[in-house]
Write a new protein. Structure first.
Length: 367
């Protein structure tokens, strides 16, 4: 027989029941974990040594932010270092290097770890034409993917031998300004030639003239929500800012389509209109980036974790689109170049999709 105390607790019990994991997943339209994650498949003990090194290199990149922060807080635990840490923190606050080309190091970019990182997938470059170093360039990278592993391999390191494919061209991978607020992590980014994606930063690099190139992942955070294996949905239809920047500096525009970027992670179903999609868009509006709910493999297993799957990434560099240097290009001029850019991207897709996107479930879409 139910007591008075039990009766008083009934509403709370009902509330807890309604907020259970099962009901919450139904409200967010997330499939049960049993259907999303199959039985864990562990890696064998006798994995070749070079593959273990490849996995370790990728794990290092995936965990770089927590590793950097953990090491920084470890340093903070030693009182004799506090004066130096204070100076460093103040330096981080006022340092303008992320918007002025960073502190690039050819030595850091050529570390052996990046060879293992790129060979993990493996990631490679496919170029159609030579790019003379007698002008500045703006590389547009597509698609964004979940994290942009291919962009890091291609432009953030020399693991794919960018310097040999395009001698005389110095690439700068552009990323969110907030990444340069994290201690130690920011310094490695800048050593790799990674800079802030702010307009000031882009202008500074392109103003340096011939042989300098910036790489912008055009789709940004919004496109990461569309990163599903076998698809190629590019958020590009209304993105014209990068066209203006290129025209203001007379930089050639080079579309880069990275086949396989969307295939290295599985993402929870988040179709437009679902509660999950709405929450992710709200998060993006507040913080400037979003958090896709995704999974890959683990360090010791093949189907559960935050490590990317071993799936081939091929970054195809298309034909450059020359631009006329105009300080204030009209919208008509911008849209004309924008149409040429999209046409070149579509040409790349049609030419290479049967070679590098055999497992596709959808055709290219510009949204």
């Amino acid at each position: 027989m139910e007591s008075k105390a039990d009766a008083k607790l009934a509403p709370s019990g009902t509330l807890l029941k309604s907020l259970s994991a099962t009901n919450l997943s139904k409200r967010l339209k997330i499939p049960p974990l049993s259907s999303t994650f199959p039985e864990i498949e562990f890696a064998p003990v006798n994995v070749p040594h070079h593959r273990r090194l490849q996995t370790a290199a990728v794990a290092f990149v995936v965990c770089l932010i927590p590793i950097s922060l953990a090491f920084f807080f470890l340093l903070c635990s030693f009182p004799p270092l506090w004066p130096f840490i204070l100076i460093y923190v103040l330096w981080v606050i006022f340092d303008e290097a992320p918007e002025k080309g960073g502190r690039r190091s050819a030595w850091v970019r050529s570390w052996r770890i990046w060879d293992y990182y790129t060979s993990y997938f493996p990631a490679s470059i496919k170029k159609e034409v030579d790019l003379p170093p007698d002008r500045p360039y703006l590389f547009g990278y597509h698609p964004h993917g979940i994290i942009g592993m291919g962009a890091i391999a291609t432009f953030g390191t020399d693991g794919t031998r960018f310097s040999q494919h395009f001698p005389g061209i110095t690439p700068y991978l552009m990323t969110l300004t907030t990444n340069f607020k994290m201690p130690l992590y920011r310094d490695l980014l800048m050593a790799l030639g990674i800079c802030s994606v702010s307009k000031k930063s882009c202008n500074y690099i392109l103003e340096k003239g011939s042989g300098n190139a910036i790489c912008i992942v055009i789709g940004g955070a919004a496109e990461s929500l569309s990163a599903h294996p076998g698809t190629a949905d590019l958020t590009l239809q209304n993105r014209v800012g990068f066209i203006k920047v290129a025209m203001q500096h007379g930089a050639d525009l080079v579309p880069v389509f990275s086949f396989g970027e969307n295939d290295i992670y599985e993402q929870m179903p988040n179709e437009k209109g679902t509660t999950l999609y709405t929450l992710q868009k709200h998060f993006q509006a507040i913080f400037g980036f979003t958090l896709p709910l995704f999974h890959g493999r683990g360090i010791l297993n093949y189907n559960f974790g935050l490590m990317p799957y071993r799936r081939t990434i091929v970054s195809v560099f298309g034909r450059p689109i020359p631009t006329q240097k105009v300080e204030k290009p009209s919208m008509e001029m911008v849209l004309e170049v924008h149409a040429q850019y999209i046409a070149e991207l579509k040409r790349i897709w049609e030419k290479y999709k049967d070679e590098y996107a055999r497992q596709r479930t959808k055709e290219l879409r510009i949204i």
